[in-house]
Design a protein. Structure first.
Length: 163
């Protein structure tokens, strides 16, 4: 499904409106997310959650039909990044479109560590993230990914540039 509608930060948005904007952006306006099928479940200042459904083109081990490790890393990084974005917005007093854009444009992954705990078996994979340390320049997120049965597949820790 191709989304070509442009989304814009508008005047007089509340923090909830901005989080909805971020959810819309991560869900529909990031080409890579659409390519691998990332769906955004939730975003708030405390936690972000995304999911991906298993597809044959996401398999990394064709003999055992296991999710590719790069897809796992991408899902965890994206979820951590979305949590960092929510945390940026939560800390803003000035919600002008220019200030929101200026602050969100600084967001980027500095470091990413993934611990693969189990093979990525299942039909559905759910990743969640929370910020464990927020400073003026960097934020650290802790992420985890489970399959649809609740088996923990991978853990991640990432550092994001936020200022």
């Amino acid at each position: 499904m191709k989304h070509t509608q442009t989304i814009m930060i508008k005047d007089n948005m509340t923090k909830e409106d901005v989080l909805k904007f971020i959810k819309e952006m991560y869900q529909h306006h990031l080409s890579f997310h659409r390519l691998i099928g990332i769906q955004v479940n939730s975003i708030n200042p405390e936690r972000a959650e995304m999911q991906i459904k298993m597809r044959s083109d996401l398999v990394g081990n064709p003999i055992f039909q296991i999710l590719h490790g790069g897809v796992t890393a991408s899902l965890l990084d994206s979820t951590g990044g979305m949590a960092a974005a929510a945390n940026i917005i939560n800390r803003l007093d000035d919600l002008s479109p220019e200030n929101i854009q200026r602050n969100l444009s600084k967001l980027g992954t500095i470091d990413l560590r993934i611990d693969y705990l189990r093979p990525g078996r299942g039909d559905l994979f759910i990743a969640s993230a929370r910020i464990i340390r927020q400073g003026n320049k960097v934020a650290v997120a802790r992420m985890e990914m489970h399959n649809g049965k609740g088996d923990e597949i991978a853990l991640g820790t990432a550092t994001y540039l936020v200022g």
